[in-house]
Write a protein that binds this ligand. Structure first.
Ligand code: AMP
Length: 554
């Protein structure tokens, strides 16, 4: 497909904020796309190049883009930088500089979507010497062959900042409408595969049901809603309930078949090579093939005490000295659910049945692998005692589960609830930041954080404590390194950033506030950890902020 055809759709989608109109535009378009191009066109419409679970990353910074724009247009880098400061968006800069340029044609052909995909994908494969100049040349090759508007969207796609208001809900509904499928079936297939590109192709073939659960293919994780107390849990889930210890580590989906193991985070990223210790623990699973839902948690090797997420989070991204890290930061695996066992999909079995299988196949080994503790009861008092015991053992709270509930990937459906003893810290996305002063000049030291509300992010506060000047914990330098490539606008000492980085923020209270766009502000906020395992679309929402606001007043 000519890239200009897709650009026309991007513009149509950008020109309306109405959800139904967007769905109309996108579904009419998808219906006409040839089957062999459909998967990639869906990715491009979502502003991505790979499926969500794919490990490969584009990794192209604003700084590189300035160079690519300069090399593709023949304008100086300083002119591009000046335009960037003025417009605050490199996509708009690209539009302007390539508007007036004479377009070249690639081998006599117009730029097509296949070539755009191919060049951007190559960015993720480059390694070693000369990588930077090769990366720049792949992008400038595209830009040289693009008209103004095409250049704009190429730049936005490469920088992973498409922003045409197409959420995954709109993609889902557009696929359903384009191929006359039920929204529910499209959604289920999306949750199973984490790949709406693949789902669109199956929907076109009227073959959505063929999408199956498979070992080695991650699925979205089931999620939990917050309850205020045990009584609330019974009210929401019925009696009796299954109570479990809530482990404060990070989610791991463990897949195994005939000894081969794959570990996936809740972002569906494959992290197998980072956790050779956990791969070893999984030898204690007595099943030919399995998919297990687990929480991995770090502990202090001297005291055996569980450690908060931030102390082991560095292991998730680690690429070298992995064995050393495993010794320095030992971890234990808690298994709490089984989705697949010996060739059988168990997602439609209820919790009681799944738990029985789980207990049968896991051979527990101290400080290596255990099944979450459980208490099935309808007695409020017994549940309360269990809660106290769990907190004493160093866990962060309880999970409350409905015994009849099926495993629903990616959903907050109410089959699971969580109960904590403290005001729940919030997972928030960084929307902006400010440079420090004095010896902190040059570092971004305070961060505007936001929660989700539908497709938007709304500010809920500014946080500057909890981060260190130096040392092993999260430092200003780390934050600055993470945020700098994401800067989209600059004003005085303040910058706006792409909403990509998620941090966990504790606070003493939530107050009403007209200072922030959510209408609420966090009092005494403090950064607890960098949530490298969470994508920005999974940050907490305004509904939860309101709920905690109400709860604390009780
Ligand atoms: P939260 O991250 O606070 O929304 O709480 C939900 C998370 O708790 C899940 O995504 C899991 O990562 C984690 N978790 C810890 N223990 C359990 C358990 N026993 N059952 C289910 N989830 C658990």
């Amino acid at each position: 497909m000519e890239y200009s055809e897709l650009v026309k759709i991007y513009e149509d989608l950008e020109s309306t904020s109405k959800r139904l109109e967007k769905i109309e535009i996108l579904s009419n378009f998808l219906r006409k796309v040839a089957k062999k191009e459909l998967k990639e066109i869906v990715y491009l419409a979502e502003g991505r190049i790979f499926a969500e679970w794919d490990k490969r990353k584009i990794g192209f910074s604003n700084r590189l883009m300035i160079k690519a724009l300069s090399s593709g247009s023949g304008e100086s880098s300083s002119k591009i930088e000046t335009l960037f400061r003025k417009k605050g968006d490199l996509g708009l800069v690209a539009e302007e500089v390539f508007q007036s340029k004479k377009q070249m044609t690639l081998m006599g052909r117009k730029l097509d979507t296949g070539k755009v995909m191919e060049n951007i994908r190559k960015l993720s494969e480059l390694e070693g010497k000369g990588t930077v100049s090769k990366k720049i040349s792949f992008i400038s090759e595209l830009l040289v062959n693009a008209k103004g508007k095409e250049a704009k969207y190429i730049v936005k796609t490469v920088l992973e900042n498409l922003r045409i208001g197409v959420s995954s809900g709109i993609i889902r509904d557009s696929i359903a409408k384009a191929f006359k499928a039920e929204i529910k079936d499209v959604e289920e297939a999306g949750d199973l595969s984490g790949d709406y590109g693949e789902v669109a192709v199956l929907a076109k073939d009227k073959n959505l049901k063929s999408i199956g659960l498979g070992v080695g293919k991650p699925v979205r994780s089931m999620l939990a809603l917050l309850v205020e107390d045990i009584e609330d849990g019974f009210k929401a889930l019925g009696e009796p309930c299954q109570f479990e210890n809530k482990i404060d580590g990070f989610r791991l989906q463990c897949h195994g078949s005939k000894g081969k193991v794959n570990l996936f985070t809740r972002r569906m990223e494959d992290v197998t090579s980072q956790f050779p210790d956990i791969v070893k623990f999984l030898k204690n699973v007595r099943a030919e093939s399995y998919i297990l839902d687990c929480e991995a948690v770090g502990y202090d090797s001297k005291t055996g005490k569980y450690l908060p997420f931030q102390s082991i989070s560095q292991r998730i991204k680690r690429k070298y000295d992995i064995e050393d890290m495993a010794k320095k930061f030992p971890m234990e695996l808690f298994v709490f659910d089984v989705l697949y066992c010996n060739g059988k999909n168990l997602m439609s079995s209820n919790l009681k049945e799944r738990r029985e299988i789980l207990e049968r196949i896991i051979k527990e080994k101290k400080k290596e692998i255990s099944v979450s503790e459980k208490l099935v009861t309808k007695d409020k008092k017994k549940a309360g005692e269990f809660f106290k015991k769990i907190l004493k053992e160093g866990f962060e709270g309880l999970m409350v589960k409905n015994l009849e509930s099926k495993y629903r990937p990616g959903r907050y459906v109410g089959g699971w609830m969580k109960l904590k003893n403290i005001l729940e810290p919030l997972d928030l996305v960084i929307l902006g930041a400010e440079y420090g002063e004095g010896k902190r000049a040059g570092w971004l030291t305070s961060f505007i954080v936001g929660c989700k509300d539908g497709n938007k992010f709304l500010e809920v506060g500014r946080v500057s404590t909890g981060i260190k000047e130096k040392g092993e914990d999260l430092t200003y330098k780390d934050m600055t390194k993470l945020l700098k490539p994401l800067i989209v606008s600059t004003k005085g000492k303040g910058v706006g950033v792409k909403p990509k980085i998620v941090i966990e923020v504790a606070y003493e209270e939530i107050q009403k506030s007209s200072k922030y766009s959510s209408g609420f502000g966090l009092r005494f906020p403090r950064v607890v950890s960098l949530r490298v395992d969470k994508p920005s679309n999974e940050v907490n929402n305004l509904k939860l902020v309101k709920k905690i606001f109400k709860m604390q007043r009780k």
